[in-house]
Design a protein around this ligand. Structure first.
Ligand code: PAD
Ligand code: ZN
Length: 367
């Protein structure tokens, strides 16, 4: 018998999610049932809500989450009931080329899309109709069934709301600096977009000893948060041209520029405020089909590197527990990322607040 669980279901882009009872089948071979305790409100889910990416619907969104393993399917050996886990939104196969070279985020060993289990079917349904799983996490629900590699055990003394944010915003932001770009101490850094992920790029830059760290946003409140997370300078892009201002502050551009919004226009700004020989890292996820135009001749003439960053180039089974340890050791800030807690019934209001720029992060909690 499937389990009846409360979940937020997106049926149509641009429409509120319906918070309702759906069916969740138990874990099959290699899968794990997780009781979700906390899940973050990240802009990646918001892209789906806004219809910027064409994904199959209906879908339960949510990919930044933590919970407790309740049951494991046949053959599961990496986790056991009772484990506290951070959900990994890039569950990997462990056998493909990318898994073997230590880049599991790029795993291409699973032939099925990221909205269904590895075997191509969903565990979520309603009235016999399948409901898809956002990034094989689908945490806007009381329970989730995820692949075994998608549930990473962590120390039980990490509060669930903090653990949830480690699962995406913290890992992606800090990972962008430490794993993707490998920013050396003393480098100059600019971060365009100071939301939940951008603040973590800023704290990652501070962690590795970058200086200056220039934060760019269009909201004054966000620039205030940026200072709290280690920015040394702020630029209000609603008042000033960020390219000219960052070039002025640094005498020609930064060593590393991070775009953390997901628009071609701001990616181009990030490229233009990168100094010759520097690196532009694209973390933000643009609407599907959006193309980036940069001056072709500028590439050979400046030797700039343009680099993408997915999930902070994480090795989730190493890096997520490490982030949890760093948090518990007081070396990274997670508490001040949380602006507000919500209940699942308030999920639509939480995304509206994100859209208005009112949140560092909102976190949905379950009883
Ligand atoms: P958010 O909404 O919390 O933050 C976005 C920030 O950008 C806000 O502070 C805005 O005020 C600011 N902003 C908007 N327009 C401009 C502009 N023109 N100039 C300067 N600042 C601006 O989002 P988030 O931090 O949750 O996510 C940011 C992006 O990162 C988004 O595209 C999301 O999908 C992506 C993401 N990528 C990964 C990954 O693996 N690469 C992981 C998680 C999120
Ligand atoms: Zn996210």
């Amino acid at each position: 018998m499937p389990k009846k669980v409360q979940a937020a279901v997106l049926y149509e882009p641009g429409r509120p999610m319906a918070v309702e009872q759906v069916d969740l089948d138990g874990p099959k071979a290699g899968e794990v049932l997780v009781r979700i305790r906390a899940t973050g409100v990240c802009h990646s889910d918001y892209h789906v809500i806004k219809g910027e990416w064409s994904l199959p619907l209906p879908m339960v969104l949510g990919h930044e989450a933590a919970g407790i393993v309740e049951e494991v399917g046949p053959g599961v050996t990496m986790v056991k009931p009772g484990d506290h886990v951070i959900l990994n939104f890039r569950a990997h196969c462990g056998r493909c080329y990318y898994c073997n070279i230590g880049r599991p985020v790029l795993c291409d060993g699973i032939p099925t899309p990221r909205w269904v289990m590895f075997d191509g079917t969903t565990r979520l349904s309603k009235g016999g109709q399948p409901i898809y799983h956002m990034a094989r996490v689908a945490s806007f629900a009381e329970y989730a069934v995820v692949p075994e590699t998608g549930a990473v055990p962590v120390r039980k003394d990490v509060p669930f709301d903090r653990a949830a944010l480690i699962g995406c915003a913290v890992m992606t932001g800090i990972g962008a600096v430490v794993n993707t770009a490998r920013v050396p101490a003393g480098s100059s850094v600019a971060v365009i977009g100071c939301g939940g992920v951008g603040l973590n790029v800023i704290q990652g830059a501070a962690l590795v000893g970058a200086d200056p760290i220039i934060a760019v946003d269009i909201l004054e409140t966000k620039l205030g948060h940026a200072r709290e997370f280690g920015a040394t300078h702020t630029v209000d892009a609603s008042q000033t041209d960020p390219v000219a201002e960052v070039r002025r502050l640094t005498g020609g551009g930064v060593d590393y520029a991070f775009e953390v919004i997901g628009r071609a226009r701001t990616i181009r700004q990030a490229y233009e405020l990168t100094r010759p020989g520097g690196m532009t890292v694209v973390v933000g996820m643009a609407p599907e089909g959006e193309e980036l135009a940069i001056n072709a001749l500028s590439l050979p003439r400046t030797e700039k590197v343009v680099m993408g960053c997915w999930y902070g180039s994480a090795r989730p089974w190493v890096d997520l527990p490490k982030m949890a340890e760093l948090y518990l050791a007081g070396k990274i800030k997670v508490d001040p990322l949380i602006s507000r807690h919500y209940r699942l019934e308030e999920i639509n209001a939480a995304f509206e607040a994100l859209g208005r720029g009112e949140l560092k992060r909102g976190v949905v909690m379950f009883d």
